[in-house]
Design a protein around this ligand. Structure first.
Ligand SMILES: [Zn+2]
Length: 590
């Protein structure tokens, strides 16, 4: 119980909202929350968000076992549910205490979990807010911690508890509670904390810290900005299903399975660069359509192609600059992304803006089929690359996408306004390039025109080479929703997969004995024609093992390679492009 939590309430309507969160029932994953409301209106509503962390309605109120309330003198107050996620209280002018129990056992950076090993909370998934008090100061205490557990969060400390200027900032600050390991370092004028909840055998803090230091150093130099004093990296490396990162204004939470981390150590820098860059792009350089946040229903935005996709573009540039990615691997990555886009027939029917709006459908398997949707991460990251090349061409190398981000940081993030979605990106790109980019945004951002890749890559002496390769014919399409098991969403008629007994709706657990947790896509890509495929799958009837021999099919493989003749100008442009900066005066051609 926090000292003084009940007797220092202000009498204004902006009285702080105080939360006391008990971690006593770890075995049953039950979190007990008390909300202390100060004096205010006599009738108030409290709500629990229906979505957070993912652009998916997940209805967190499904986990609320009960809600009750009492007056400041301890008398019971009636709590009336008025919709699935809103409760109404009357006669509470002097203040009230609301109490509820909520189940929390979803692991990962998009979840909330309490168990005997640790607690990790995206707070919007467990904390209700007074509808008229989202802007009030929020304070929070965690109680009933086992001996040895500590609390890590980017929230400012109140001694025992933590505070946030309002509910939105509280919800944007995940909390890890447990016996984690921690390291830290200073870079520039900021302090960085590195919190890891994992088996020490599965990672090496001595290697992680220098990697993170080079990454934040490259990113803050590239943006010429460090808009925080303290930033926290929070990692889990579980031995089980995991994958994903979640951005926050002053922290990030990242999960990578221990086996994936061992097989592909660069995945750590890859994911971290993306999430770290989000502290600018989406958290501070923020699309208007995401504000104010609507926690009660879908919060539609057409801007994720930029807020997510171009964040990947920037993350890759930062890794190049930090020496965590080499040019060849970067170019292969770009070519692979183009291949991924072109193999999805929906690239001719769904624009990057429509894909952003439809993010809320990603929880459905059918939606993720190649003929139904593209990914705003995928096309958006390519649009970032193309916009960079277009600006470089228009300015003879004197401006780049770096200037777009810096311009948006200056004109939107630092001055306060949110940017008007794609139109705001176009405004920034036109301001730094002094050129009309209407066609680019009409055709490739809002539209579904085929992208003339070679016209863009010619400026840096590259072109796409298409090669027909024979690959294993799987005979099915499976789609994966974040860290869930991939689910079979289509089976080709008369294929070996059909004959082998695979069904739409089967969840894939293992591929040739490898768990799908350690790189599902990589295991599929490694399969060769003529090989035997063994799948362990699960459906409502239980688990089963299937096997069949893989046939052959042709696929186009893309490579970005040198033009027959690369001019010195193209060479210089390419070097500057891969450094993520403008050409120096000597390099610049009129
Ligand atoms: Zn992201």
């Amino acid at each position: 119980m926090p000292a003084g939590a009940q007797n220092s309430l202000s009498t204004s309507q902006t009285a702080p909202v105080r939360y006391i969160v008990s971690l006593a029932n770890r075995l049953e994953h039950l979190v007990r929350v008390r909300i202390l409301l100060g004096p205010g209106p006599s009738q108030r509503d409290v709500q629990l968000p229906v979505w957070n962390a993912l652009y998916q309605v997940r209805d967190f109120s499904q986990y609320v076992n009960w809600v009750r309330a009492k007056s400041t003198t301890g008398q019971p107050i009636a709590v009336q549910e008025i919709d699935k996620t809103t409760w109404h209280l009357t006669g509470i002018a002097p203040g009230a205490e609301i109490e509820y129990e909520i189940f929390a056992d979803q692991s990962g950076p998009f979840g909330a979990q309490l168990n005997p090993q640790h607690a990790f909370f995206n707070l919007a998934e467990i904390l209700m807010y007074p509808v008229d008090g989202r802007n009030s100061l929020a304070e929070i205490w965690f109680t009933d911690l086992p001996a040895g557990w500590r609390i890590a969060t980017a929230l400012p400390s109140l001694g025992e508890g933590f505070s946030a200027p309002d509910y939105d900032r509280l919800a944007d600050s995940p909390v890890e509670i447990g016996a984690f390991q921690e390291s830290d370092f200073d870079q520039g004028s900021a302090h960085y904390r590195v919190v890891v909840d994992a088996d020490p055998a599965d990672y090496d803090m001595q290697k992680m810290v220098p990697m993170l230091r080079s990454l934040v150093s490259a990113a803050t130099a590239w943006m010429d900005d460090q808009p925080f004093q303290t930033y926290m990296f929070l990692y889990h490396f579980p031995r089980g299903p995991a994958g994903g990162g979640m951005e926050h204004a002053d922290s990030t939470a990242i999960d990578i399975s221990a086996s994936r981390l061992a097989e592909s150590p660069q995945s750590l820098g890859d994911l971290t660069a993306h999430e770290f860059f989000h502290l600018w792009n989406v958290k501070r350089i923020r699309p208007q359509s995401l504000e104010p946040i609507d926690y009660t229903k879908e919060n539609y935005t057409p801007a994720l192609w930029f807020s997510e996709g171009a964040t990947s573009t920037a993350g890759n540039i930062i890794r190049l600059r930090a020496g965590l990615l080499d040019d060849a691997r970067y170019l292969k990555g770009v070519a692979d992304e183009i291949g991924e886009l072109e193999r999805r027939p929906a690239h001719l029917t769904q624009s990057s803006e429509e894909s952003s709006l439809d993010a809320w459908l990603e929880k459905y398997d059918y939606y993720r089929l190649p003929k139904r949707s593209i990914s705003y991460y995928n096309k958006g990251s390519l649009l970032g690359v193309l916009l960079d090349l277009q600006i470089r061409e228009a300015t003879h190398g004197s401006a780049s996408i770096r200037d777009v981000f810096q311009w948006m940081n200056e004109h939107y993030a630092r001055k306060g306004p949110f940017f008007p979605d794609s139109e705001g990106v176009r405004r920034a790109a036109e301001a730094v390039s002094h050129s009309d980019l209407g066609g680019f945004f009409r055709k490739y951002v809002a539209g579904t025109d085929e992208i003339p890749w070679d016209d863009f890559f010619r400026t840096v002496g590259l072109h796409l080479v298409r090669r027909v390769v024979s690959i294993a014919d799987l005979g099915f399409v499976a789609t994966q929703n974040f860290d869930a098991a991939p689910v079979v969403s289509a089976i080709l008629a008369r294929s070996a997969a059909e004959n082998g007994g695979l069904s739409v709706g089967d969840a894939i657990l293992e591929i040739n004995g490898h768990s799908v947790n350690d790189g599902y896509a990589q295991h599929l890509a490694a399969l060769r024609p003529g090989e035997t495929l063994r799948l362990r799958v699960r459906n409502s009837a239980g688990e089963r093992e299937l096997r069949w021999t893989l046939g052959t099919r042709q696929e186009i493989e893309l490579q970005l390679t040198d033009l027959d003749k690369v001019t010195p100008e193209q060479k210089a442009s390419r070097a500057a492009w891969l450094r993520g900066e403008a050409q120096t005066v000597g390099e610049t051609r009129p």
